[in-house]
Design a protein around this ligand. Structure first.
Ligand SMILES: Nc1nc2c(c(=O)[nH]1)N[C@H]1C(S)=C(S)[C@@H](COP(=O)(O)O)O[C@H]1N2
Ligand SMILES: [Mo]
Length: 310
């Protein structure tokens, strides 16, 4: 990844979030009055639940526009430039979708996404999101705590880490026919990081199911870590005893570590991490330790030298 000097997107559409909230309120009222027509033909949406609650963990900062979030993306399976995923990710087939669960747990198996999502209630989480390249966004995710799913899989006492894999499908993911990264894309979390209530599995944003370029149909969101930890289009979840190696470590271990906590005091090998540009703004702002989620997550790292465990 390269330091991003200018995301180059102006934020004309600042009212996106207000519009979306109004639509949701309207849908809620309409549902209450029983006037929402059901055609039975529409594709099932995982994230359009008008009843979804906004979480206490949500920031009240101004959200980034839907247009920016869906057009300025990182998804190397579809190319290495920011515009590539929105142009090319339509070739990804996201339905039907299964997730393999394996490793140190009592309930391994191949699960249909619909079955995995049946018992969960989707809520809205407005999180800051910061890429290691130096840009950031505020995104209203639709999702549920990863902890909910982990508990159902019953990890055993050997399970110290959770490892995630993106779908491996070089026929439909052109980037996987190049060596821009090691494939499939892999990420990992320590078990306590995975169980932290901030850690989300997301199915959507702005009340709609994820578009392919944002990681449909299921992606991770870890708001206190650099964006690359938030792995897209998850096809496998494994419980492991050993710390997994992620794709960025495998490609450049001096630049990317396992922890990847947002940390203004630990520069990347090739650039400072002290500041960031919020997409849609011109003046850079100071980057906050743990991306501003210090109160929620600092205790996970007590006693650890975060310069060494970067
Ligand atoms: N499978 C996969 N997941 C991925 C990536 C990727 O290239 N492939 N890029 C990561 C990076 S570097 C970032 S910043 C975020 C970007 O998420 P967004 O495009 O939805 O904003 O996705 C992360 N997840
Ligand atoms: Mo990133």
């Amino acid at each position: 990844m390269d330091f991003d000097k200018n995301p180059g997107i102006s934020e004309n559409d600042i009212t996106d979030y207000e519009t979306y909230k109004k639509r949701r309120t309207f849908m809620k009222t309409a549902a209450g009055l029983g006037i929402v027509a059901s055609t039975g033909l529409a594709m099932k949406s995982f994230s359009g639940d008008a009843k979804a609650k906004t979480s206490n963990y949500s920031t009240t900062e101004k959200t980034t526009s839907y247009k920016s979030i869906t057009s300025y993306c990182n998804y190397y399976e579809f190319g290495t430039s920011k515009r590539d995923p929105a142009k090319h990710a339509h070739s990804l087939v996201t339905s039907p979708w299964t997730v393999d669960v394996d490793g140190e747990c009592d309930n391994p198996g191949t699960y249909d996404l619909e079955d995995l999502l049946k018992p969960v209630s989707i809520e809205e989480r407005i999180y800051r999101f910061r890429c290691v390249e130096g840009w950031s966004m505020v995104i209203p995710w639709m999702g549920f705590p990863l902890a909910d799913l982990i508990k159902r899989m019953q990890p055993n006492s050997k399970a110290k880490y959770v490892r995630f894999e993106t779908l491996y499908d070089p026929d439909n993911m052109p980037g996987q026919r190049t060596d821009s990264l090691s494939w499939p894309y892999v990420e990992g979390l320590r078990m306590d990081e995975a169980m932290n209530p901030l850690t989300l599995l997301s199915t959507g944003l702005y009340g709609k199911d994820l578009l392919n370029q944002n990681g449909a149909p299921l992606r991770l969101v870890v708001p206190w870590k650099y964006g690359f930890k938030s792995i897209k289009s998850i096809a496998r979840i494994s419980f492991t005893e050993l710390q997994p190696l992620n794709s960025w470590q495998l490609s450049s271990s001096s630049e990317y570590g396992f922890y990847s906590n947002v940390n203004p005091d630990v520069p990347h090998q090739r650039w400072s991490q002290a500041k960031e540009r919020r997409v849609g703004e011109f003046t850079k702002r100071k980057t906050q330790l743990f991306n501003g989620y210090e109160k929620e997550v600092a205790e996970l790292y007590t006693g650890m030298d975060l310069k060494r465990f970067f």
